[in-house]
Design a protein. Structure first.
Length: 160
């Protein structure tokens, strides 16, 4: 299979994945995204785990990336507001001698979930490689959870 055939396959897979994601989202069926997907052949798909609105796109097709490089940042404003409100509630509950203390574990869990969700809204490259396919994204676009947004071709696979 040539690199062009592989690219065509990846683009088709991205389109099909996005279509299925959109259909499932309309059915209100939750689609949990795995934290790390195994490579498809030599390619690593990049899927978003939570729905969100695109704030910035930092790469384009054919961009060389390193593991941890920022690819896409989703808008975190509403989650940050919730986080600050929860932190205030936690602080107030911690200061109370009686009353709200039994609710602290619940508040801590909610705060940890928000921190996890904030991390899921920052999409980074899981590997060193090259972006071989990228869904057209623009600030303001809203994407459902499970959407395939890019494919990375591993650098070590390219040198084989």
């Amino acid at each position: 299979m040539s690199l062009n055939d592989s690219r065509i396959f990846c683009v088709i897979a991205l389109i099909l994945g996005s279509s299925v994601s959109a259909y499932i989202t309309r059915l209100d069926v939750p689609v949990p995204g795995p934290p790390h997907l195994p490579p498809m052949g030599n390619f690593v798909p990049i899927l978003i785990e939570v729905s969100g609105r695109v704030q910035n796109v930092y790469v384009k097709e054919a961009t060389e990336v390193h593991a941890g490089d920022l690819l896409v940042q989703f808008d975190t404003r509403s989650l940050l507001l919730k986080k600050h409100a929860l932190e205030s509630q936690v602080h107030a509950a911690e200061l109370r001698v009686t009353g709200a203390r039994p609710h602290l574990p619940i508040l801590y869990r909610e705060l940890e979930q928000i921190r996890l969700d904030l991390g899921r809204l920052t999409i980074t490259s899981p590997i060193d490689g090259q972006i071989t396919s990228l869904v057209p994204l623009a600030p303001g676009d809203t994407l459902p959870a499970g959407t395939a947004i890019a494919v990375v071709f591993p650098r070590n696979a390219a040198s084989r």
